[in-house]
Design a binder for this molecule. Sequence first.
Ligand SMILES: Cc1ncc(COP(=O)(O)O)c(C=O)c1O
Length: 466
Amino acid sequence: SKICVVRTVDLEDRARRPRVAGHLILRRRTRRTWCAARVLVALSVAVSECCYFLFNLFKTAFASSSSREAMAQSNSSDGFLSQPKGFSTKAIHVGQDPEQWNSMAVVPPISMSTTFKQHGPGQHAGFEYGRSGNPTRDVLERCIASLDNGRFGLTFSSGLGATTTIITMLQNGDHIVAGDDLYGGTNRLLRNVALKMGIEVDFVDLTNMQLVEQAIKPNTRLFWMETPTNPLLKVVDIRAVSEIAHKHPGIVVVVDNTFLSSYLQRPLDLGADVVMYSLTKYMNGHSDVIMGAMVTNDEAVYERLKYLQNAAGIVPSPFDCYLVNRSLKTLALRMERHKSNSLAIARFLETHPKVERVLHPGLPSHPQHELAKRQTYGHSGIMSFYIRGGLEESSNFLKALHVFTLAESLGGYESLAELPSVMTHASVPLQQRQELGITDGLVRLSVGLEDVDDLIADLKQALDKA
Ligand SMILES: Cc1ncc(COP(=O)(O)O)c(C=O)c1O
């Protein structure tokens, strides 16, 4: 149709000439031009039909190759989804193009400037003020979004900063359905801060779909879930919960994907609206940055959160963005090692007489092992176990560790151990802890990248002293 328009304009041009050349010439030329136009129209129809045919041919070929890929997805040797190709290539290249910098730097530079020169008033070159946007942050946000197969990414000064910004989308009188087993800080934020803003929160066992259905109210605006949950490692069916929530227009489903990282689980592909991260953990993986992020495909949600990122000002430093961007380059390698180390440890603990029960989604004994295999590309280095006895035994065990460090947090290259009831989850009310099973005998491990034999030997000698 574009060709036709061009010819019509041409025709009009030519039609003007006879005023100079005379009536006869005008008629002959007009007839010739009409013929040419008809031939062109016929040609363009033939070409467009040809293109349509080729497009369909490619579409069918592509669809069958992606369905082959989808079928191949459950075929990885450990039973978990097998990784589609390209994750590490994206982690290394998306957003990093050297040609975006005058220097052609291969490693994106750290841009510390808080303000950016404008060509004229209001005519900036993409950046105005460091809170509203920064080149180093921009590189990271683009890379993070691509790893979750998302269109938009935003980063924040901490994981809880990302959560706060997401909650700030809500209004007085809105209702949140949250998982009952969340990071203690998220529980505290929802219970003590969101409630004071007039936002209602219900903590629900999201592994029970009947309870999920029943929890929805006319004013429900947000679903907040972690999977696997913290510290009990329950696995929530993201697709099923998203489908139930989305039967009610206006509900945004958020998944805190901190425990698995975008390498091991991609919630947007499963129907969630927003993925949230404490980048502090696996995504950075070196225990030297506090930062958070969110990724979405929903442009309206992104625009709202981008506005709030600037308006509330919960932004990260360019130096930290540089560090996390660097860390993503080895995410796949690190997660593979966390995966193999933690499974070996889970198997060892399961056979130890001083261990009552091991919670690890990679073990067939885990209640949602089959769901974990359907939904994720594997398990990370986080696991929990119940030591026989109570506070005395768990404290003796934790104090006797040498290679594992007794500390809060998780997801770094170093192995950590902690007691959730006293440490990370002390802010969860005692009654909720008791109902959930966060007892003084529940120990959480973040298995790092050390040699696995050294880790097992360390656990063995500490259990002997428990
Ligand atoms: C699952 C999970 N989500 C969110 C957070 C909060 O992140 P940050 O410490 O970066 O604020 C944490 C912190 O431990 C966490 O474990």
